[in-house]
Design a protein around this ligand. Structure first.
Ligand SMILES: *Cc1c(COP(=O)(O)O)cnc(C)c1O
Length: 471
């Protein structure tokens, strides 16, 4: 399997070459040259597999530069009941007639990002050992990504993590999750500033090419193809749990921010998994809902990007969206460049409303969308608690609301549960008047010793810290 760039760079790369990379050299995103096709007989075989075995089968179609026995061992080591809490790894339960919740957030940090990041940690360790290389991961987080990366990379050989976060702005639970890690290779850096300051620092450090090379700086952001690929697996696992045979379609609703999660659903559908509809659920930051309703993709500025009660979906632009649009415009890199380089660069938006391609987003690719507000989230959390004695987190609540607007008789609707309620306790308290129960292993974490340094919002200070803490 070879990988190409959405923007038309002539080079073709293999999986392990793009594993440790971010963007392609021309600024595009990597995609496989074609989507491997899965037929009904294969689905029937896969239905009986454990999650780790299923992951191995799917990853094998995309990875041909890791020996199969090694890849199998990596999958077996990643997807265990010890790490993810159950043998099913992503257990499905029926909430009401035809509406299901697929639990993706029983990993170490209680959000779905663990599903991919845990695999990435093991792939990184394997590939770095093979190359005799080291990597220093520099990131910016307002919560879920940073903690998932740290729990995936802690104690891994060849990897260090330098994670910046805005000082005092994460929830106490999120801070405790990250700062209580005592592993020598994990560095928490609290920046005096806001999340944008952290992102600017990461950009400034990455743009210093000499520094980047000398200190082998890498990232683990959501455009990484390996992360997306890992997420394809739970669409298959959800499908198998929601059906008893392989001829019936299923729909999925996905609480969305950077379009990574739902893009994995798109890939699963392109492979031939019988998915009828992919519902993109957004909050007040509705860049994606607007596109699927109108055909206009309009990136938001800082003032139009809202801080909401489903904060992991607070985005101004959706960094993985270019992958889907590439397929939508028939994989034509010249058209893609016109939209993402010329139009977005010039106007901050592009308009496909009059283009026949836009109609295909729904007709051929199955996309629908929905949007919710803070009031909707509270109402959904209350309603789900009252009618089904089930607590959902604010992101999953956004999903449930959008899902109910897109139900189709006889087609199971699977809503992806992207975080556990305890991570966003303040909103649960606002909705229900009480704190959600906390998993045992997180009892009292706020009182644990914290390992964090405070630095000013200054890229030079962060560079000096990194230099001092590499070997
Ligand atoms: C990251 C995240 C999302 C958004 O996922 P994308 O892949 O960026 O679309 C939704 N919910 C939670 C809880 C998250 O952490």
């Amino acid at each position: 399997m070879n990988y190409l760039s959405t923007r038309g760079h002539p080079d073709r790369k293999r999986f392990c070459e793009i594993l440790l990379e971010g963007l392609a050299p021309d600024g595009g995103l990597y995609l496989p040259e074609q989507y491997p096709q899965v037929d009904t007989a294969t689905l029937a075989k896969w239905r009986k597999l454990s999650y780790a075995e299923l992951a191995f089968e799917i990853l094998s179609l995309y990875i041909d530069d890791i020996p199969p026995a090694d890849l199998k061992a990596i999958c077996a080591k990643t997807y265990t009941a010890e790490v993810f809490g159950t043998d099913e790894i992503v257990p499905l339960r029926e909430l009401e007639d035809g509406v299901y919740l697929e639990a993706l957030s029983n990993g170490p940090t209680l959000a779905f990002k663990d599903m991919a990041m845990q695999l990435l940690g093991n792939l990184f360790e394997y590939e770095l050992a093979r190359r005799g290389a080291e990597l220093n991961i520099l990131g910016a987080t307002s919560g879920d990504t940073g903690s998932a990366a740290e729990y995936a990379m802690r104690g891994k050989k060849g990897v260090r993590v330098f994670m910046t976060s805005p000082d005092g702005r994460m929830s106490p639970f999120q801070q405790a999750q990250m700062f209580s890690l005592q592993d020598a290779n994990i560095h928490n850096i609290a920046i005096t500033g806001v999340f944008d300051d952290c992102q600017d620092i990461v950009k400034a450090v990455s743009n210093d090419l000499a520094f980047k090379r000398k200190y082998r700086i890498g990232t683990v952001n959501s455009i990484n193809w390996a992360r997306l690929l890992a997420q394809v697996v739970y669409y298959f696992a959800g499908y198998f749990q929601a059906t008893s045979g392989n001829d019936k379609p299923v729909s999925f609703t996905v609480p969305s921010g950077n379009f990574g999660n739902v893009c994995a659903g798109h890939v699963a559908r392109m492979m031939g998994l019988p998915i009828q509809t992919l519902v993109v659920a957004t909050n007040e930051n509705d860049v994606l809902d607007e596109f699927f309703r109108t055909g206009v993709y309009r990136v938001r500025g800082a003032v139009d990007t809202h801080e909401t009660s489903s904060p992991s979906m607070d985005i101004s632009k959706a960094s993985n969206f270019e992958r889907f649009v590439f397929d939508l415009v028939g994989r034509d890199p010249a058209r893609l460049r016109k939209l993402f380089v010329d139009d977005l660069g010039l106007n901050g938006s592009f308009d496909l409303s009059a283009d026949p391609a836009f109609a295909q987003a729904a007709a051929r690719f199955g996309f629908r969308s929905g949007r919710s507000t803070h009031a909707d989230r509270l109402a959904t959390i209350r309603d789900t608690d009252k009618r089904f004695a089930t607590l959902v987190d604010p992101h999953t609540a956004d999903g449930l609301k959008a899902a109910r607007e897109q139900l189709s008789p006889g087609v199971p609707m699977v809503v992806l549960e992207t975080a556990l309620p305890i991570k966003f306790a303040a909103t649960l308290v606002e909705a229900l008047g009480e704190e959600p129960a906390r998993p045992k292993k997180f009892e009292g974490i706020e009182a644990l010793p914290k390992r964090v340094v405070k630095l000013p919002a200054d890229a030079e200070a962060v560079k000096a810290y990194i230099a001092e803490h590499c070997d």
